[in-house]
Design a protein around this ligand. Structure first.
Ligand SMILES: [Zn+2]
Length: 137
């Protein structure tokens, strides 16, 4: 009797596990590396895609610690140690990594870390030129 109940319970559990909607479980994992829980800190700093982008960055930004628990802690850590220009660069690269994550997530297109970095730097250069031009008006 106990064996029959165990078997029936196992069959019910197996049925439930196979038929539960899986996306709810998938949201917990990073879509890019499928290894860690997806969080802003992971996506923008710890994920191998992000690390490969940051590795292309020279100076203090590349050598930043990666032990922040969340994105805001990471931001404040950077704000304390970087100049305004370095922080602008850091924020723009973070934004580009987030966009690359969304491109992968929604379009299944993975950008090369060098393309992500070059796009971020070009965007920041264009923004700074426009900001300088509007200051002279
Ligand atoms: Zn990841």
């Amino acid at each position: 009797m106990v064996i029959m109940m165990t078997t029936r319970l196992q069959i019910e559990q197996k049925f439930l596990l196979e038929n539960l909607p899986q996306p709810a479980l998938a949201y917990d994992k990073c879509e890019v590396c499928c290894q860690k829980t997806e969080s802003a800190g992971h996506l923008l700093w710890e994920c191998p895609l992000a690390r490969n982008v940051w590795a292309l960055c020279r100076g203090k930004i590349q050598k930043c610690s990666n032990d922040a628990q969340d994105f805001f802690a990471l931001f404040w850590m950077q704000a304390d140690r970087l100049t305004k220009m370095e922080l602008d660069r850091w924020a723009t690269i973070s934004w580009a990594i987030w966009n690359a994550r969304n491109k992968f997530y929604f379009e299944k297109i993975q950008q090369h870390p060098k393309a992500i970095m070059e796009g971020a730097i070009a965007y920041l250069d264009e923004y700074q030129k426009l900001a300088a031009a509007t200051r002279t008006l």
